[in-house]
Every structure is written in C-alpha cells, then in structure tokens.
Design a binder for this molecule. Structure first.
Ligand code: PAF
Length: 280
C-alpha cells in the first residue's frame, strides 16, 4: 500500500528508517496529473532503488505570470492509485506554506547560470530558477540516493544535473526515456489542453524532429535543417519558439564537429505550448 505523507517530520521518519536498514531511496518529483511518462519514471526508480518516494506539488515559482499555474490539471485520486500501481512506496504532498515557509517572495532561490538561460530559459524567464529552487528543497526534504527525471524536459534534466554537480548533492540523477502516444506525440499533462481540432496536428512536432534528425545525419547544414523545421511547424499551424539542433550540453555545434546531437522544438498550437526533442 502506498503511504501518503503531508508533514515533513513524517517523511523524514520513514526515509530515515529505510536508510537505517541500508535501503537505497529513489525519488520521482512531479507536478501531478500523472500519465504513463511519469509512471515509467517510477518504474525506473523502482528498478534502481529499494524504496521510492514520489512528490506531487504544483510549484508556483516555475510558472510565469501569464502561464497556466491556476488551470494546471490537478487529479489527486487518480495520481495516488496510479503511483501505487507503478510501485511507489510514499507519496509526498507538501503544501505551498511548507515548501516556502517564509513566503514565495522571501524564499531563498537557486539559480544555475549558463544552461538555464538558453532555449526554454530565454522564452520562460525565471522558469528554471523556480524549478531549481523547488527541486533543491525537495531533495533536502526527501534526501534520496537517486532521482529520475523525464528526457522530454531535456533542458530541465541538463539544468538539474548541473545544479547537483555544482551544489554537491549526493544524488544520482537518471534520465527516463520519452513515452509517446501511438502517433508520436510525447506524453505531457498539457496535452489535455489540445482540442479535437488541434490534437491530430500536435504529432507534427515529432515528425518534424525526426526529419531534422534525418537531414542532420545526411549532412544538411544546421541553419537549413533548423529553418526547414520552423517552416514545417508553421505550415502545420504552430507558433514556433525554437526548432534547433544542439550538442548534448545544448551548446551550438560547429559544422565540422562530429558527435551526438539533440534536436529540440518548442511551439504553440492554439493555446497549448508543447516541447519535445529527439536525441541522435
Ligand atoms: O518536471 C516537472 O514536473 C517539474 O518541473 C518538477 C521537476 C516536478 C519541479 O516542479
């Protein structure tokens, strides 16, 4: 049976008990409204740890003023039963007051320079400060040995890895594979904002990313690959924030460089902003 815990002392008592027994603790932080992508992370954590904690906390500090904090879907009952089925041992449900005891304005903030400023950071100012601020708090609350993050949020994973290395959190960070719908659309809580008209178009993002990958591997120049990606997304009705090919650390590759790459897209269809990526 999953145990739902809402007070920090209760969480600490459970995790300390596990640690006294020599058990490895895994952690999957989420904002709830869970889907197969989240559950695959819980299953990944279950394979790599003896006990797994998952948190559900819709973090106000990572949403911009015109973003979807208030309408972000909240489905606590379904989340609890889904987490139990996936093998999660403890559901940690902090409140805004316990997460930010001095209030959001006076909260100590964690800023990871460099990688936070690129791509998503440029289009959502302050977003990664909010993510790092809450994830560092969650790490201190849960004190896991490993934590799993989805590769759909590719840049988030890179920012967290840098934060953990820089602040010496003794936590192994593991990236979980993107889980897709049958037509290729990456699973996301925000997919439910799509309408009957926009939902079929949304899978275009994955097709464009695959085309960007194939053209890059065939030797097409990066600026041409990116311009074609933008044009294809616009033709399908998207407003495009970016469609780029980067090195794994998100720096801009030079033409003569070999090595692995990642194609990343952020684009809005109707009122729904979607992100996705393909690594190659
Ligand atoms: O990826 C998410 O759902 C959130 O950004 C996270 C990591 C739970 C922090 O609020």
């Amino acid at each position: 049976m999953i145990q739902t815990v809402t007070d920090l002392s209760g969480l600490r008592a459970i995790v300390n008990g596990w640690k006294r027994d020599g058990l490895r603790v895994g952690f999957v932080p989420t904002m709830g409204n869970l889907h197969a992508g989240h559950y695959s992370l819980v299953e990944l954590a279950c394979r790599q740890a003896d006990r797994v904690v998952s948190s559900v906390f819709v973090n106000p500090t990572q949403f911009g003023p015109n973003e979807d904090f208030t309408r972000y879907p909240r489905t606590p009952e379904a989340d609890t039963s889904g987490l139990e089925r996936a093998g999660c041992d403890v559901l940690w449900l902090p409140t805004v007051e316990s997460m930010y005891p001095f209030g959001v304005e006076l909260a100590a903030k964690v800023h990871v320079p460099g990688v936070s400023a690129l791509l998503e950071g440029a289009h959502r100012p302050g977003h990664f400060d909010g993510v790092c601020t809450v994830v560092s708090r969650l790490f201190n609350q849960v004190q896991p040995d490993m934590a799993a993050f989805g590769r759909k949020d590719y840049q988030q994973l890179a920012v967290i890895q840098q934060m953990v290395a820089d602040l010496a959190f003794p936590i192994e960070i593991v990236g979980g594979a993107i889980v897709r719908e049958d037509d290729g659309l990456a699973m996301s809580s925000r997919n439910q904002y799509l309408t009957a008209e926009t939902r079929p178009q949304a899978a275009t993002i994955h097709r464009v990313l695959q085309a960007m990958r194939d053209a890059s591997l065939a030797g097409a120049p990066r600026d041409q690959v990116e311009a074609t990606g933008v044009a294809q997304l616009q033709a399908a009705g998207f407003q495009v924030d970016y469609a780029v090919v980067r090195r794994p650390d998100l720096s801009e590759p030079r033409a003569e460089d070999g090595g692995p790459r990642v194609a990343l897209v952020a684009a809005t269809l109707g009122t729904t902003r979607l992100i996705d990526n393909v690594e190659f």
